[in-house]
Write a protein that binds this ligand. Structure first.
Ligand code: 4NP
Length: 147
């Protein structure tokens, strides 16, 4: 059993999308991996994902409606085997709360670069974010599964 945490800024757009995409992948593979998401900020704590992301995900058969935002905490690095930051600012912010001796691995979700924040843009941005996340998730989780 492996535990994965996806982290963006608000935990209402990119990381809930990653959460839903990862859960669907894990279900298809019949694995018992645990998936969660969080934000480096607390502004949206307790809120469901952005309605635009819920709608875009639903068009792909992903149901994000049960997710609720929460802020990432230092203890997450004890709980999760893999912590993935959706952009480089998220990575820098997570490094600030990562305990020095925490075993949880912290990496950028993309090998090199950012999943752009779609919050202030149009609907197309949400589709592009989902395209990027789906493409990367398949490669990422498959590589972890193969060890
Ligand atoms: P997310 O998008 O980090 O992908 O969840 C954002 C959502 C809200 C805000 C920023 C980014 N905000 O500033 O409220």
């Amino acid at each position: 059993m492996q535990k994965f945490l996806f982290v963006c800024l608000g935990n209402i757009c990119r990381s809930p999308a990653a959460d839903g995409v990862a859960r669907a992948w894990v279900a298809r593979q019949n694995l018992n991996w645990q998936i969660d998401s969080a934000g480096t900020g607390a502004w949206h704590a307790g809120a469901p994902p952005d309605a635009r992301m819920v709608a875009a995900a639903a068009r792909r058969g992903l149901d994000l409606t049960d997710l609720r935002a929460r802020q990432a905490v230092a203890e997450d690095f004890q709980t999760f085997d893999h912590v993935f930051a959706m952009d480089r600012q998220n990575l820098a912010d997570l490094r600030q709360i990562q305990p020095p001796a925490a075993p949880g691995r912290l990496d950028l979700f993309l090998a090199d670069g950012d999943i752009p924040d779609p919050y202030y843009g149009g609907d197309q941005g949400f589709e592009q974010v989902l395209d990027q996340i789906e493409a990367r998730m398949n490669v990422l989780l498959e590589s972890i599964r193969r060890g």
